[in-house]
Design a protein. Sequence first.
Length: 271
Amino acid sequence: MPYFERAGVRLFYADYPPLAGSRPPLNLLLVHGLWGAAEGWIHQIPALRAHHRTVAVDLRGHGRSCAPLSGYDLGDHAEDLAALIRDADLGPAVVVGHSMGCSVATVLADRHPELVRALAMIDPDYAGDPGEREWMARLADDLDGPDADRVVQDLISKRFHTPATPAHLRTWHLLEVLAQPAWVRARAFRHSAFGPSSLRFRPQAEPVLRQRHRPVLAFHRHAARAEVERLCLPRDHSEIVRRPGAGHFLHQEQPDEVNGALMRWLSALPR
C-alpha cells in the first residue's frame, strides 16, 4: 500500500482501481472522522470499487500516518488532501467524508474547488449547536487529563452509539480509539472544535457551507444539522438522506442503505 509525504508528514493511503464499469469511473477519496482510520470504510470499499477508483486515506495523526507535533487544524488536513489528490492524479475527486472528515472535505472544496467534483457527507460534525461550546471546552481539557482513556471511551459510548449499534461495532470503536496516543487524540479534538478553520458550530460553518458549488449528498441523523444543511445545499444533484435513530457510525451500522443511496447518487453525477 502506498504512502505520500508532504512537508515531512507521511500519510498512508490505500488505492483500489475499479473492477468493472461501462461508464468512465469516478475518482473517490474516502476521509474518515476524528480518531478513525481508513479501515472504517471496509463496508463501502467493495461496493464503491466495483465501478470507481477508490482511495481511502489515514489523516495525519491517525491510523498508519505519522503524528507530527503540530498541524491538526482542518486547514492542515485539507492541504494534505489537496497535495495527495494532485500527486495521485485523483482530481477532480468525489470526496466522501464521515464526521470530522466532512469538515475537512468542506474546507478542501472551499480552498481548492478545482480538485473536488462532489461531496458525500456522512453524519457531518459541522454546523452544531453553539450552546455546546462550553461543554466541548471542558471535554477538551478532560481529554488532556489523567483519565483521558476513560473519557474518550465514555464519549463514544454515550454520544456515538445507540441501543441499535451492534456489539461488534461497539467493541471495535472502543478499541480503535485507544490505538492513538492520548496527546494526539486531545490535540486533534481541540483543533477540530476550536481551530482557526473549525466548522464545528453553526455560526462558523454556515457561511462556508453556502459557498459550496459542487453537488452534495448528506446523510444526517440529527434534525437540526439536517435543517442547516438544507438551507445551504447547492441546487443541482444535491440531496439529504435522513437516518433518525442511527448511531454516529451509520455507514457501518447501515451499510446496505448507505451504499445503495451513495451508488445511486454517484451514477447520476454528470461525467
